[in-house]
Design a binder for this molecule. Sequence first.
Ligand code: R5P
Length: 317
Amino acid sequence: MRNQMKLFTGHANRDLAKRICDHLGVPLGDAQVEPFADGEVRIKVEEDVRGADVFVVQPTCPPVNDNLMQLVLLIDALRRASAERITAVIPYFGYARQDRKDEGRVPISAKYVANMITGAGAHRVLALDLHAAQLQGFFDIPVDHLYASPVLTRYFHRQKIEDLTVVAPDVGSSKLARGYAKRLGAGLAIVDKRRVSDSKTKVMHVIGEVKDRNVLILDDMISTAGSITEAAKVVHDLGAKSIILGATHPVLCGPAIERLDRAPVQQVVVTDSIPVPEDRRPKQLKVLSVARLLGEAILRIHHAESVSRLFEMDFED
Ligand code: R5P
C-alpha cells in the first residue's frame, strides 16, 4: 500500500500551498511556524507523519533567509518525526544567481543552500524554472525541474497576438525566449545588456527586428526590474507597437514597482510561484497560477510516474 500523502508549508506562500491542496483534494498539514521574540523560528508539526510521503511547499523568496530557515527546520522536524519521504517543493529557489565563484573570496551560495536543504533531510526536490538548469546538479538527491511555460504559453496563445516577437532581455535568457518564440510561432530578438551594478543595467544592442512588432519580453524572474524595463525602453524607442512583459517569478524587490509602473508596457504577466501582496502590485499585473502544474507533479512523484510528461500537457490557469 502507498504511504499517505501529506503537504505542509511555512509562511512563504500559503495561498499557493492551499491552491495545490485544493487541486489534490488533501488538507494542508497542521504545523506551527512562528517566530520567537528574538527572531528565531519555532516549528511544531501538529499531526502524525510517521511513514507518510510528505511534500513541503516553500519558495525561498524574500524574506529569503527567513523562508529558507522555515523550509529546512520544517524538513528537520518531519524527518525526526519519521516521515518516510520528504520532498522539498521549491517554486522559487533563492540564492540561485550566486551559482559560481566568478571573483576571488566569494561563496558559491546556491551550492551551500542546496547542501542545507539536503542536509536537513530532504529526499527529493521539486523546483520550477530554476535560474540555470545546471543548479539541479548542486543537489545530490533527485530533482524534478518543472517549467512554467505550459501555463504562460497557453495564456499568450489565447491573446492571439499578431506580428509577435519574443524578446530576451539579455543573452542569458535567450534560450528561454527561443523556446517561447518557437511555441508561439513568433520571431525572436535578443537584447545585449551589461550589468552596471546589482540593480542597474545598460543596454548595448538589440539583435533582431522589433520595429512595428508586438513584443513579448520574457525572463525567468523580475527582481529589481532593471533588466526587463531597460529592455522595454529600448524596444519602445526602436518602434515596437506594443510591449508585454512576462516572467515566472515576481521577486519584485527594491525599485521594481516604480520601474514597472513607469515602463512603456501594456501588461506584466507573472505566476504565483511568489506571492505579490495587493499593495505591492504594479499596474497591469496579471498573475497566472502554477498550482495545478505543481499539484500534478506532486501526484506523479507520489505515484512514481513520469514528471516530464507534464511538459507536453496543457495547463488551465
Ligand atoms: C539574469 O540573469 C536574470 O535572468 C534576470 O534577468 C535578472 O536577474 C533580473 O534581475 P533584475 O530584475 O534585478 O534586473
